[in-house]
Design a binder for this molecule. Structure first.
Ligand SMILES: Cc1cc2nc3c(=O)[nH]c(=O)nc-3n(C[C@H](O)[C@H](O)[C@H](O)COP(=O)(O)OP(=O)(O)OC[C@H]3O[C@@H](n4cnc5c(N)ncnc54)[C@H](O)[C@@H]3O)c2cc1C
Ligand code: FES
Length: 399
């Protein structure tokens, strides 16, 4: 049964020929920039809770949360900030750097995409910023349709980016963002300014000045905190731009980051930019363990690209606890094959970032592309992420 059909008529999604969310409580009269809170009666809230519980009990939908959009703010022409609260009013805790995976029914398919939290955990606010991707399903759908009152099911918080940040660390914190990659870094920046004494240097690359997400908020923060330095790098500036111009390359990073490599650097942005940072780190002697990258785009590659010489053939996977088994075709991930065969497999981000799909491998070998979020100990224990792992032999799983 659909989540939406369990809600009272006043809470049901407005029918839309192609797009449908799980329970859209939109109030079309609210202006976009207004911070608005939807108010529900106790009976309505109970209906939401019951529907959410039934939704979760349905084996196909295991989302942990139902989030309600409480405010929508357009940040730039192509990016929108959504403020959420749990639909049942419960507090949602998260750590700076983490993300939530949102789900929506689009064109009759359940689409899941991850979005990093951009707000400060200490603020009690849960916000994400979604930037349009050309031709992208979810990002455009949210930019066009999100409105106060809308309900989305979600998993999270997830991710380990930023987990090493410590309040008592006094070394300068280096944050390097490109485009929408600012989101987890803004949350980390606010946390660092709020709880420690360390200096923070944000280097933020964008194509044009008008596409700089959170420009106003960053200006305000820099004016308020002498510990914060923000260096904007604009590729195609307007004539009035007096700041730094160009792209972030390993050479420009050498100028921007003189001095010792004894600091942590957190990086999130387009792959080319992250590669430049990696190169700069290597050339300047940064410890690889001090460089932390968050990828928004799937990095996985096929077995053939990464492991030439491996014989490509279907592999058998046996799930020991449930007694189920399925075949994985060449080029498929464990998760793709498992879901195709109807196996009860957990997943969320589908790109190696959240560990929802972690499985323990009893026997057999597999290929798992880097980067991913497993720790060294988990890998040493034989764990793998089903969403990016491809078997190199028949496998036995401890599940
Ligand atoms: C951990 C994590 C955190 C994320 N946080 C944010 C965030 O805070 N804000 C945000 O806007 N996005 C974030 N993303 C990206 C987001 O999850 C989606 O991938 C993005 O919104 C595009 O989804 P879509 O459905 O619109 O595009 P899709 O329909 O999935 O893709 C359309 C096309 O665009 C390509 N593509 C997908 N994503 C990107 C991208 N980011 N850049 C360039 N090309 C892309 C795809 O390869 C495909 O060819 C995050 C991703 C991850 C994994
Ligand atoms: S689903 Fe997130 S790591 Fe596999």
């Amino acid at each position: 049964m659909r989540f939406n059909s369990m809600l009272p008529p006043s809470l049901r999604v407005i029918p839309n020929a192609t797009l449908r969310l799980i329970g859209d409580l939109r109030d079309a009269t609210l202006p976009r920039r207004e911070i608005a809170r939807s108010r529900h009666t106790d009976a309505e809230l109970q209906a939401i809770r019951d529907a959410a519980a039934a939704h979760r009990a349905d084996g196909r939908h295991r989302a942990a949360l139902i989030l309600k959009v409480v405010a929508v703010r357009r940040e730039t022409r192509n990016a929108v900030v959504l403020d959420f609260e749990a639909a049942d009013g419960a507090a949602v805790a998260f750590r700076a750097g983490q993300f939530f995976t949102l789900r929506a029914d689009i064109d009759g398919r359940e689409i899941r995409r991850s979005y990093s939290v951009c707000s400060d955990p200490a603020s009690g606010r849960l916000a994400v910023c979604v930037k349009r991707v050309s031709g992208g399903l979810m990002s455009n759908w949210l930019n066009d349709n999100a409105a106060p009152g809308m309900l989305l099911s979600a998993d999270g918080p997830q991710g380990r980016f930023g987990a090493e940040l410590r309040a008592d660390d006094e070394r300068e914190l280096i944050l390097i963002a490109g485009g929408s990659g600012i989101t987890p870094l803004l949350s980390m920046l606010k946390t660092a300014l709020g709880q420690g004494r360390r200096d923070v240097h944000l280097i933020y690359a964008n194509r044009g000045v008008r596409s700089v997400i959170f420009k106003g908020e960053l200006d305000e923060l820099a004016a308020r905190h002498s510990r914060l330095r923000v260096t904007h790098v604009i590729e195609r500036p307007s004539k009035r731009w007096s700041g730094r111009v160009g792209r972030l390359t390993s050479e420009s990073l050498r100028e921007l980051l003189p001095g010792s490599a004894d600091r942590d650097m957190y990086v999130c942005g387009p792959e080319g930019m992250m590669e430049s940072v990696r190169l700069h780190g290597e050339r300047s002697g940064w410890e690889p363990s001090s460089l932390h990258f968050e990828h928004f785009v799937d990095q996985s590659s096929t077995v053939t690209e990464r492991t030439p010489g491996v014989e490509l053939q279907p592999r058998r996977v046996v799930m020991r606890a449930s007694g189920r088994s399925f075949d994985v075709q060449p080029g498929e991930t464990l998760l793709e094959a498992g879901l195709r065969a109807g196996a009860p497999m957990q997943f969320s981000c589908t790109m190696g970032g959240c560990a929802s799909c972690r499985v323990s491998v009893k026997s057999g070998t597999f290929h798992m592309p880097e980067p991913h979020c497993l720790t060294g100990e988990e890998m040493a224990a034989g764990d793998c992420l089903a969403c990016i792992a491809q078997p190199l032999s028949d496998l036995e799983l401890n599940c």
